[in-house]
Design a protein around this ligand. Sequence first.
Ligand SMILES: Nc1ncnc2c1ncn2[C@@H]1O[C@H](COP(=O)(O)OP(=O)(O)OP(=O)(O)O)[C@@H](O)[C@H]1O
Ligand SMILES: [Mg+2]
Length: 162
Amino acid sequence: MLLAPPGAKRQPPAPSAGETQRRSLPIFQARGPLLSQLRSLDRAILIGETGSGKTTQIPQYLYEAGIGRQGIIAVTQPRRVAAISLATRVSDEKKTELGKLVGYTVRFEDFTSDETRIKFLTDGMLLREAIGDPLLPNCVMKTHPMGGVLVMFDFSSLNAFP
Ligand SMILES: Nc1ncnc2c1ncn2[C@@H]1O[C@H](COP(=O)(O)OP(=O)(O)OP(=O)(O)O)[C@@H](O)[C@H]1O
Ligand SMILES: [Mg+2]
């Protein structure tokens, strides 16, 4: 057994390569202020450079901060290929199997489970779920101070100029 010399400080474990990559994204600098703003606001619009980490990181920040734990953090995408690719990426970053903590729902394909807490879905599927049940029971957080439904709408030029 290797014992540390007396008085030596315990070093926190070095971040993994994936964690280092996540921390290198521009949005990481804004993580703390962003979370405190999101706790106090009931809706927000975030604008950031492409590739800065909005879509892949914010759902993880919310989940890691315990926001949305009682429901599902739903992230909409205009295209099914984007929903699938982002879910795959985020589940890789979380080192979990796709369809467990992180999943996706697109037309004819539901890759989620009871464990899913971050779900990427197309705008169309969100609409379908809302029509099926306007209360969106999976997304409603009854006990969270933020209350209501936590959905991230990912707007882009595709939404603005279809
Ligand atoms: N499916 C993927 N496979 C590999 N890398 C990815 C994937 N999705 C995103 N990334 C990488 O992760 C980083 C953050 O991407 P993210 O999609 O979160 O940015 P964004 O701020 O949402 O950008 P945009 O405004 O273009 O939507 C980028 O460097 C991007 O290249
Ligand atoms: Mg994005």
